[in-house]
Design a protein around this ligand. Structure first.
Ligand code: BJW
Ligand code: ZN
Length: 235
């Protein structure tokens, strides 16, 4: 089984999604300003503060029943999780094969020489607007090891994800608006290869009309009983 997860997977843990207009992470910021290399070049102190806040926010939240259900499926199947999320909630729930196609909130690197950064991070008890990022010995700035618009995805993670999709008996797409490519192309790839695709999302997405089954349910509601429902759903 291959699970393709997006921000909605972590919503019931209390992590805001990106595109929810009321509470989304981008409700108050311009996504292309805060999540692009142009934005980083213009305002590294704003982008750094935003990611640092999200890094610390993750320490206050826990995996939900959706993450736990996905981890439990490993008891009877080889389960790969391809996630667009930069959080670690799948791992904390116990999933062993997690492929982070958009990077991680827990890893940092130099924006000039790419060396990983393992130095201290300033504490951030409250979100603040700006924090100066640390500097690398080469003079570059330390940036979050995430994938911004216009940047390539990490090639190993991407290759493993494509393989996990093409080897799957079933793909389950959870909590993604399915608008950001190339990740949004993975369910399309599965469908093109004749692999059944089940979407779990309380809202309709551009994928909904094309998948095998589209469930208008939340991840923490739908995933715990999904394996039992699979035979009936797939006929
Ligand atoms: C629930 C729920 C509940 C709520 N249960 N569900 C082809 C066509 C058009 C454009 C492009 C294209 N190919 C590439 C592009 C450009 C661009 C792109 O896709 N733009 C589109 C937006 C138009 N893509 C890129 O730039 C990518 N790079 C690239 O293509 O590089 C090419 C290259 C090659 C070689 C050299 C150089 C370049 C990179 C994309 C990077 C995306 N980065 C971000 C930030 C990551 C770091 C961070 O987290 O800050 O990734 S943007 C943001 O969007 C983040 C997410 O992972 C991603 C997807 O969002 P997601 O997960 O779908 O969240 P939402 O909020 O959109 O949706 C949540 C869903 O959950 C909703 O549907 C809710 O209904 C649902 N939900 N509660 C279940 N309880
Ligand atoms: Zn450096």
């Amino acid at each position: 089984m291959t699970v393709l997860s997006g921000a909605g997977m972590s919503a019931e843990s209390g992590v805001p999604t990106f595109r929810d207009v009321e509470t989304g992470l981008w409700a108050k910021v311009d996504p292309y300003e805060i999540s692009s290399s142009d934005g980083w070049r213009r305002h590294p102190e704003k982008v750094w503060a935003w990611y640092l806040w999200r890094h610390y926010m993750m320490k206050a939240v826990d995996p939900n029943d959706g993450h736990r259900a996905v981890a439990a499926w490993q008891d009877g199947a080889e389960v790969h999780v391809v996630t667009q999320n930069v959080d670690d909630l799948h791992e904390r729930a116990g999933s062993a094969r997690v492929h982070h196609v958009h990077g991680s909130l827990f890893s940092f690197r130099c924006d000039r020489c790419d060396v990983p950064y393992v130095g201290p991070l300033p504490p951030m008890p409250e979100p603040v607007e700006t924090v100066d990022p640390p500097r690398c010995a080469c003079g570059g700035l330390i940036r979050p090891d995430v994938v911004w618009f216009g940047e390539p995805l990490p090639s190993e993670e991407w290759d493993r994800s494509v393989e996990a999709v093409s080897r799957a008996d079933v793909a389950i797409v959870v909590g993604t608006s399915a608008v950001v490519y190339p990740a949004a192309g993975l369910p399309e790839m599965a469908l093109a290869e004749g692999i059944p695709v089940i979407e779990v999302n309380p809202e309709e997405t551009p994928l909904s009309d094309r998948v095998t089954i589209s469930l208008r349910e939340t991840s923490a509601t739908a995933l715990p009983g999904l394996l039992q429902r699979l035979p009936a759903l797939l006929g």
